[in-house]
Design a protein around this ligand. Structure first.
Ligand code: KIV
Length: 281
């Protein structure tokens, strides 16, 4: 067991969490700082610096090694959502609704959203939002479920679209993504993630909607930004071009593990400081 701060120490701090209305009120104001989180120790590190921690279904790819987000289950989202709630005290925690958990009917969406909120203690859900999902957003919002929408490049459409493709680079797509954002806004989404769209379109959406926009591969003119945390920490060899690496966690981890392996093989670890001794009588 490593020397982790127990989760209770976080909850005891009793800071006021940022709420969905607080996020909504940031439209056109100080940019919202958002990152993904999937576990308690990472959430603890991110929490003091972020406004929103998203338990993204990207967890399937970056933690579970899946090829896309399609196989991610509600159970996975609940488990990771619980961990992030335990590790955070200040940020708004938003949990993604996985593929297949909200598309069948508005009632199915409400039951699964309610389960996520009840079992994790998170304050909001996010769902990928074509125009047809707007009525589901309205149904949830009217029943007390704060919804963050996600438009533009929608990773859950990866099978249908043959991969992850940037959006809005021609007129038909521009109009479609703008319509998705407007529909989510009018239906009551408290914030809208805009992913993988042409910079001009991200600006246009931000002007057109009342909810704050949170860009990823979009534009600095959005009302906030989000990145997948392991991407921005440099854990992977490949990242999309919109990711900026703020650290080289892969290099640091490789160096640390190499040093550990050498010391174990040479019997230099554990050293005198890392072993217990019999108490002198
Ligand atoms: O699942 C996720 O991490 C996301 C972000 C890319 C916004 O939806």
């Amino acid at each position: 067991m490593s020397a982790q701060t127990p989760p209770e120490s976080v909850t005891k701090t009793q800071q006021r969490r940022i709420t969905p209305p607080d996020v909504r009120a940031r439209k056109g104001a100080e940019p919202l700082v958002c990152l993904t989180a999937y576990d308690a120790p990472t959430a603890r590190l991110l929490d003091p610096h972020c406004d929103v921690l998203l338990v993204g279904d990207s967890v399937g790819m970056v933690v579970h090694g899946l090829p896309n987000t399609i196989p991610v289950t509600l159970e996975m989202m609940v488990l990771h959502g619980q961990a992030v709630m335990r590790g955070s005290a200040r940020s708004l925690v938003v949990v993604d609704m996985p593929f297949g958990s909200y598309e069948t009917s508005r009632e199915q969406a409400f039951d699964n959203a309610a389960r996520i909120l009840r079992e994790t203690g998170a304050q909001a859900v996010k769902l990928e939002s074509g125009v047809y999902i707007a009525e589901t957003i309205r149904f949830l919002a009217e029943r007390g479920v704060p919804v963050m929408a996600h438009v533009g490049l929608r990773p859950q459409a990866a099978l249908a679209e043959g991969g992850f493709k940037a959006k809005g680079r021609d007129e038909a797509e521009r109009a479609r993504v703008l319509a998705e954002a407007r529909a989510a806004d009018e239906a009551g989404a408290f914030a809208i993630v805009v992913e993988g769209v042409a910079e001009e379109l991200a600006g246009e959406i931000t002007q057109a909607v009342k909810a704050p926009t949170i860009g990823i591969g979009a534009s600095a003119s959005c009302d906030g930004q989000i990145l997948v945390t392991p991407d921005m920490l440099g854990l992977f060899d490949w990242t999309p071009r919109f990711v900026k690496r703020y650290a080289d966690l892969k290099g640091l981890t490789e160096e640390a593990v190499k040093a550990y392996a050498e010391e174990v093989r040479a019997r230099r670890f554990p050293g005198p400081d890392e072993v217990y001794r019999i108490k002198s009588r």
